[in-house]
Design a protein around this ligand. Structure first.
Ligand SMILES: Nc1ncnc2c1ncn2[C@@H]1O[C@H](COP(=O)(O)OP(=O)(O)O)[C@@H](O)[C@H]1O
Ligand SMILES: [Mg+2]
Length: 339
């Protein structure tokens, strides 16, 4: 981020990597809409950079000196969403904190509130959010006093909200309120020319954090990257390179065998024997001195990734597939660095 003089928006979007026509378009739109106060809905698959864009939008706006407050609507149990958003007064319910607590909307006063995974809001909460967007006032739980709050709302979702509106799962009036401006970030497989740039940027980043001197990726690896469909988008690419940094010796080039096994099949190369199937992987894990718990974690992470791929990134559906709660899944996503 570069600021030349205070008070003037000289924010650049340079740290959003991408020179594909779609990304250039998005960056231009972002800078154009940043100074306004209209609500923005950012859509796109998981890992495409929605949060990155939301933060860039805030930093490029006139509100940049104010707070950026993120609320992950999928991570909060339904019963707590209201107090999380609106806050509560002391004594509003049993077990609540002494002195009450401000809600996230109030904390975002004069800044930006980022409603991540907005499709996960329950129907009643959608109504409450709509009322807030219309009146710009909040009432804490257990309070009759209204407080004026000045926030810009940026919402994000990886599901098709219009479909949800059609099936009466998302309020149409709220959809239109949020979707004043839409930024749609295309999946990585639709802008493959950005892959080499991203690889370069992540290698620089991990060279710093790992104190390594990895010079690049082998041509076969780039080939595999260009052919793979990246269901987890930029996040998956970033994780894939981080994994390679953990396996590689210093100042070397990343080779095919540093990639997760499922990427090989896209390279046109034969899979090395040691990476075929579960027995081979377990044998390899033993050779690396991994314990049962570590191997189970590896398998769990793989299963979670598969559920996310299967559900096209819809976490509620992935949680149902796995038979666990949404907050339970969320914890695991944090644990395995899949957020
Ligand atoms: N265009 C990009 N340039 C650089 N990093 C990116 C880009 N898009 C995504 N990332 C990185 O990928 C990861 C996932 O991005 P994020 O904004 O959390 O995605 P989403 O919110 O859509 O799931 C983050 O570490 C982010 O910094
Ligand atoms: Mg996100």
């Amino acid at each position: 981020m570069r600021f030349h003089s205070p008070g003037v928006a000289h924010f650049t979007t340079d740290h959003i990597i991408g020179l594909s026509p779609q990304m250039l378009d998005l960056k231009e739109t972002l800078l154009k809409i940043a100074p306004r106060n209209s609500n923005v809905l950012i859509t796109g698959e998981s890992g495409t950079g929605k949060e990155l864009f939301a933060r860039a939008l805030h930093a490029a706006s006139l509100r940049r000196a104010g707070p950026f407050v993120k609320i992950n609507c999928a991570a909060i149990p339904d019963t707590l969403v209201e107090s999380e958003l609106f806050g509560y007064e002391e004594g509003a319910f049993t077990g609540c904190r002494k002195g009450g607590q401000p809600g996230k909307l109030e904390l975002a006063h004069q800044g930006t509130v980022f409603l991540d995974e907005v499709a996960e809001l329950s129907w009643p909460m959608q109504a409450k959010l709509l009322r807030f967007l219309q009146e710009r006032e909040i009432q804490k739980l257990g309070s009759r006093r209204s407080i004026y709050v000045d926030v810009r709302v940026v919402a994000a979702t990886n599901v098709n909200l219009e479909q949800m509106v059609k099936y009466k799962k998302f309020r149409e009036d709220l959809f239109y309120r949020l979707n004043v401006i839409n930024l749609h970030i295309p999946p990585l497989r639709e802008r493959k020319e950005d892959i080499p740039l991203l690889v370069e940027a992540f290698i620089q980043k991990f060279n710093l954090s790992f104190k390594a001197r990895v010079s690049g990726v082998a041509p076969e690896v780039m080939n595999a990257f260009m052919q793979y469909s990246w269901p987890g988008n930029v996040r998956e690419l970033e994780n894939c390179l981080e994994r390679a940094f953990n396996l590689i010796d210093d100042n070397k080039v990343i080779q095919l065998h540093h990639l997760p096994a499922h990427l090989y099949s896209f390279s046109g190369e034969k899979q090395p024997l040691r990476d075929t199937g579960l027995p081979g992987q377990v044998a390899q894990a033993f050779r690396q001195g991994k314990t049962l718990v570590e191997i189970l974690e590896q398998v769990e992470k793989y299963i979670i990734l598969q559920a996310l791929v299967e559900s096209k990134g819809n976490r509620a559906r992935a949680a149902r597939l796995l038979g666990i709660s949404r907050p339970g899944l969320y914890k695991k996503l944090v644990k395995y660095n899949l957020m």
